[in-house]
Design a protein around this ligand. Structure first.
Ligand code: NAD
Length: 475
């Protein structure tokens, strides 16, 4: 296969530049939520944000809808329900009185649902990753430009507290020229992937099926999104090409075999070509910078996001613990231990306005509060007619790393071009993740939490606390 013909080529010109796009202001944002797994985390945040009306929810599984109803018990939200069929989501997308649809279903469904929702005149916020193929990434770009509807991928890791501080450091020139950055999603999914749905596993064993049939970095955006934002990718620079290598499978195949010996349910998962357990991609940008993205959802190593940014004048590194900064003076200032006082001073100096305002109220929300900060920012932008913090070009470029790394793996780690989804506009596009609230907005109030929200047993939040217990809640 010639990758230039089949993977990254797009000859059409940009129809309309969605970078910096401002949609008409919405006093009230009328929301529909599709998929009640991850969707629950978003509802928990959305019911605490002024100007949100959740008017529709959908899950093909009525049991999931029943569980999710609890969210609305002590609120004014009274959503329409769409359920009991794998096509019920179309009804939600067609509902006239909706402005914005959150798509929180398994990844293979994202592109079809997002495209349909935009064509029904809705803005879309879609969970990570936005699409599984490069062609679908292009289709998302083309459709957002044609319909002039926002498409934002919900990259919440850019709203982690340390990550926000390090993005602000980039905006304020702390690193000098950024030379290299690295990010990862290294957290074991083995146990959860093998759980059946009734044991709180993934619906239809969808992740296990993807691991059994794909190569490459299947979850690139949590590691890549925050560093791409710090490096102004798609606004002044862009990712040009990558190389990728992954080893073999050491864990999923043996686990399937072990389980199938006791339980015939697992027989269909035996003997599959599971993806390699550790994957590493190196990306070079047009401006001559490098990025490393790592993916290990297999070994039982504690959650490790790396999130390192290295420049001519300074550096920052999140994982492994403790987080740290360097001022170009050949030493680290650590959150715990050596240099703690200077770490705290730097953290405070570079804390962006959004984190200053929302740090306390976002406690108790998923992923160290990042879910709440991101959703508040989205709603605030829509209510004030501001550009979305991440645009369709970010979604396409970051998501394309999954199929492109698969192509590289299948071709002895050969280099592969990364498409320019902006079609040249990266040279003029301005920053749009306004974490200091300098371009307007910032006037959306935070409401008291719902009782159900606070009582919710959030497995992801528990996992986050377990793996990052030392990091959250201080400074
Ligand atoms: N950003 C994050 O931190 C984060 C965390 C977890 C999951 N995610 C993302 O969220 C998405 C969902 O993952 P999950 O862990 O919640 O999976 P899940 O399997 O737990 O939940 C998916 C839900 O979608 C429903 N669904 C499946 N097909 C459907 C259809 N045709 N119509 C309506 N509903 C349908 C299922 O019944 C299920 O309730 C994925 O894209 C995943 O990558 C993101």
């Amino acid at each position: 296969m010639s990758q230039n013909d089949d993977i990254s080529a797009e000859t059409s010109v940009q129809r309309f530049n969605m970078a910096g796009f401002r949609a008409p202001r919405l006093d009230t944002v009328r929301v529909g939520v599709l998929g009640m797994g991850r969707g629950d985390n978003h509802i928990k945040a959305l019911v605490q944000i002024e100007g949100v009306e959740i008017r529709a929810i959908c899950d093909k599984d009525p049991l999931e809808i029943q569980k999710s109803r609890v969210w609305f018990q002590d609120t004014d939200h009274n959503p329409e329900i769409y359920t009991d069929s794998k096509d019920a989501w179309k009804g939600l997308c067609e509902q006239k009185d909706l402005d914005l649809i959150f798509i929180c279903t398994p990844i293979p469904l994202h592109a079809e649902m997002s495209l349909y929702a935009m064509r029904q005149g809705k803005h879309v916020c879609c969970e990570v990753a936005a699409a599984w193929t490069v062609e679908d990434c292009w289709e998302l770009v083309r459709t957002a430009e044609e319909t002039r509807k926002h498409f934002m991928m919900l990259e919440n890791y850019s709203y982690m507290d340390f990550h926000l501080v390090t993005i602000n450091m980039a905006y304020r020139g702390f690193y000098g020229d950024i030379v290299h950055a690295e990010g990862a999603y290294n957290t074991s999914k083995l146990e959860k992937c093998f759980r059946k749905v009734q044991e709180r596993g993934y619906s239809d064993m969808w992740w296990l099926r993807e691991f059994a049939s794909r190569r490459g970095i299947l979850y690139p955006t949590h590691g890549l999104g925050p560093i791409a934002t710090a490096m102004d990718i798609n606004r002044g620079d862009r990712m040009e090409y990558l190389v990728y290598m992954e080893g073999r499978d050491f864990s999923y195949g043996p686990e399937a075999k072990k389980r199938a010996a006791d339980d015939p349910f697992y027989e269909e998962f035996v003997g599959k070509p599971y993806r390699g357990n550790m994957g590493v991609a190196l990306i070079r940008t047009v401006m001559g910078k490098t990025m490393m993205v790592q993916y290990d959802p297999h070994t039982p190593t504690p959650h490790n996001l790396i999130h390192g940014i290295y420049g001519t004048k300074g550096a920052a590194l999140f994982d492994p613990d403790p987080p740290r900064f360097s001022k170009g003076d050949h030493r680290w200032y650590r959150k715990a231990g050596n240099g703690q006082e200077e770490y705290e001073r730097l953290y405070d100096e570079y804390t962006p306005e959004i984190l200053r305002r929302l740090k306390q109220v976002s406690k108790g929300h998923g992923h160290g509060g990042s879910d709440f900060r991101m959703n508040w920012h989205i709603i605030d932008c829509l209510r004030n007619g501001l550009p979305m913090p991440q645009d369709v070009y970010d979604a396409a470029a970051w998501s394309s790393i999954a199929p492109l790394t698969a192509w590289s793996a299948e071709n002895r780690s050969a280099s592969v071009d990364i498409p320019d989804f902006t079609r040249g506009a990266w040279k003029i596009n301005a920053r749009n993740m306004d974490i200091n609230l300098e371009n307007g907005g910032g006037n959306t109030k935070v409401l008291p939490p719902s009782k159900a929200g606070m009582a919710f047993d959030d497995e992801l939040a528990r996992q986050w606390d377990r793996d990052h217990g030392l990091k959250e809640g201080s400074v």
